[in-house]
Design a protein. Structure first.
Length: 182
């Protein structure tokens, strides 16, 4: 069973954990529609894994906003439009609301590695895929800072390849997707 979307498109409300009017930020609703397409196209399992890891990558930039000023500007602009507190942590609901469009964009870009475990051996090299992820987020694809969250993600995955396809640890709160069956 799939629970309803976290964004009510009719009333322009982010529904969890407390209702929040998002009509001033239409990109959040567009992101939710894209997430719904991702779920319909690739299924809950792939979507849950992609969103979990995309959220993990994006939360790395929430902690170090000065490394990607584009994100800092976007998120602070959304924060003002949504009338949220000036400072937030990546695990708090305001951060999930403000970073939702980037999480969905990155989740859509991560789909190939979850659908095909031999993706890097066949199609792309890892550095090309990292550049692809950065360009999908609107970042300079040539920059590849050592401490960037995308690099940390790939290092983590190399250490634990089983995590890529393990739905047991995929809990997606901002998408209202239930934990997949164990």
């Amino acid at each position: 069973m799939v629970r309803p979307d976290i964004v009510c498109h009719r009333h322009h409300v982010w529904q969890s954990p407390e209702p929040r009017d998002i009509s001033a930020v239409p990109e959040i609703e567009r992101a939710q529609r894209n997430l719904r397409k991702l779920r319909k196209t690739h299924g809950i399992h792939a979507m849950a894994c992609c969103v979990r890891d995309a959220r993990w990558i994006i939360s790395g930039w929430v902690h170090m906003p000065s490394r990607e000023p584009k994100f800092e500007d976007l998120w602070q602009d959304r924060r003002r439009k949504l009338d949220r507190p000036e400072w937030f942590r990546s695990w708090e609901p305001p951060a999930h609301i403000m970073t939702h469009p980037e999480v969905v964009t990155l989740a859509s870009a991560l789909v190939p590695i979850y659908l095909d475990p031999s993706h890097f051996r066949r199609d792309l090299r890892e550095w090309e895929f990292k550049a692809h992820l950065r360009s999908r987020l609107g970042l300079d694809p040539r920059r590849n800072p050592t401490g960037a969250p995308i690099n940390k993600f790939f290092y983590m995955v190399q250490m634990d390849r089983a995590r890529w396809r393990n739905p047991k640890i995929a809990v997606i709160t901002e998408t209202a997707t239930p934990r997949t069956a164990q």
